[in-house]
Design a protein around this ligand. Structure first.
Ligand code: PLP
Length: 455
């Protein structure tokens, strides 16, 4: 290997193992090296411009060149670049951000624990629930309910909660007690002739049947993304969340809303739980929290959960959990400034307005010969490509056509993501009407060119 290689692509191929990448294919194909960003655009090392229609990884709310976030990081670096929050230590940015999150999130979520990633946050949730139930003298209450196609991260516990084959296959996951319930996506998981309302009732009956079979005294929590995102952009059927909330209350199960993508206006409402009208005991936040300029996530939870944990720390001496970077001062300072910008510029309101335009614009492709379903809410959308519209038959192998569309997207100057054969869009919250119209137009070209490629 030539360590002085002046080709970034060659150096990358020679040295890296990429997340979510076929390594052997990467050795042949090499990376798309992105060098800079501006607004909703990013530019590769050769200067080609792309609309970042997935906001990076569903995360950059304020665009790719927000000077106020750079300034916030710079100022915090100068004042206190690092400190921790172990053993009674604290610093202003993490205190202020915790305060802000308690203020912004729904009533009843009053406590915050910071991590650096959504995966760490969900591992923290699992450990908090276990710790809490041990403290409450119910050591058997440890299992989790999650959903097929749910995405909660990739660490050992969060990866177990995730319900996607690639995250389990050959990783020996799940490694914690978790039951994956049917994915609440009517188009793919509804039975022939089953109405959406009947589908919802079937899923709720299934959830209760599992709870009763396993024993409510063994189930610690139910975790779900209000709108399932990374598994293929799947909004829940009407009444689903209200029903799940009622089951959790009835059987004393913690209801955990994984808002890592949904949170901070993505669906056109402040949070996914607000959008679908339910109140979780725990909310998990990340991504748009800092616009991913800095790695940060937060577990926001109820006083009831806090009290059980706090009492136990009193008994055994400490809460033996925490990361070197929990509440990192630069990350929390950037998060605070990012949330200020979201509020000052009414980016959640913009997401509501632009989201409606995006959803309406994309609906025109429902008639496209390749498109089985157009779906989404606010500024997140998915178009599922199928081999046959009437029978909903998927392409074989799944994902090949989606990958072709993803690559055509690059040629058309738009970065999207294919989840199998579903094309996902999740643009930054700063999008304008003109941006939306351009995204919709490019999507049309991508579909037409993919159609040519298939036939
Ligand atoms: N939860 C949800 C809903 C996510 O979408 C993601 C990442 O996409 C995660 C958790 C994991 O976050 P991270 O990649 O920061 O570990």
């Amino acid at each position: 290997m030539n360590k002085l290689s002046n080709s970034l692509a060659q150096a990358d191929i020679a040295t890296s193992l990429h997340p979510y990448t076929n390594a052997r294919r990467h050795e042949e194909k090499g990376p798309l090296v992105i060098s800079r960003g501006k607004g909703i655009h990013v530019y590769d090392e050769h200067g080609k411009e792309y609309i970042e229609a997935l906001a990076g990884l569903w995360s950059v709310a304020v665009g790719f060149d927000e000077p106020r976030l750079v300034e916030a990081a710079h100022k915090q670096m100068q004042a206190l670049p690092y400190y921790h929050s172990f053993a009674h230590k604290a610093h202003e940015p993490s205190i202020r951000l915790a305060e802000k999150l308690v203020e912004m999130t729904p009533q009843g979520l009053d406590r915050v624990f910071f991590t650096s990633s959504g995966s760490e946050a969900n591992d923290t949730v699992v450990k908090m629930a276990w710790y809490m139930n041990n403290a409450l003298g119910r050591p058997e209450k440890k299992k989790f309910l999650a959903r097929i196609k749910g995405y909660h991260g990739i660490t050992v516990a969060s990866g177990s909660l995730t319900g996607l084959p690639y995250n389990h296959m050959d990783f020996d996951l799940p490694a914690i007690p978790v039951h994956h319930l049917t994915c609440p996506h009517h188009y793919r998981f509804g039975h022939e002739g089953e109405s959406e309302a009947e589908f919802t009732q079937r899923l709720l009956a299934e959830a209760e049947e599992v709870i009763l079979r396993e024993g409510p005294e063994t189930i610690a929590g139910f975790i779900g993304e209000p709108l399932m995102a990374a598994g293929g952009v799947m909004p829940p059927p009407a009444g689903y969340w209200k029903g799940i909330e009622a089951l959790c209350r009835k059987h004393d199960i913690l209801l955990i809303a994984d808002e890592v993508i949904n949170g901070f206006g993505r669906l056109g409402s402040s949070f996914g739980a607000v959008h679908y009208g339910f109140t979780p005991d725990i909310m998990v936040l990340s991504k748009q929290l800092t616009s991913s300029y800095m790695p940060l996530a937060a577990v926001v939870f109820s006083e009831k959960v806090y009290d059980a944990i706090a009492d136990n720390t009193g008994r055994i001496g400490t809460f033996g959990h925490g990361f070197t970077a929990s509440g990192h001062p630069v990350a929390t300072a950037v998060g605070l400034e990012n949330l200020k910008i979201i509020e000052e510029r009414d980016l959640m309101g913009n997401a509501t307005r632009m989201g409606a335009r995006l959803q309406e614009g994309l609906r025109q492709y429902a008639d496209h010969p390749l498109v089985g379903e157009v779906r989404g809410a606010g500024l997140i959308a998915g178009l599922e490509l199928v081999a046959d519209k009437t029978s909903k038959r998927a392409f074989d192998p799944v994902g090949k056509v989606g990958l072709a569309a993803f690559e055509i997207g690059h040629e058309e100057g738009m970065i999207i993501r294919n989840v199998g054969d579903t094309l996902a869009l999740c643009p930054p919250l700063i999008v304008t009407e003109g941006d939306i119209d351009e995204i919709v137009a490019r999507m049309g070209r991508i579909l037409d060119r993919t159609q040519d490629h298939v036939s």
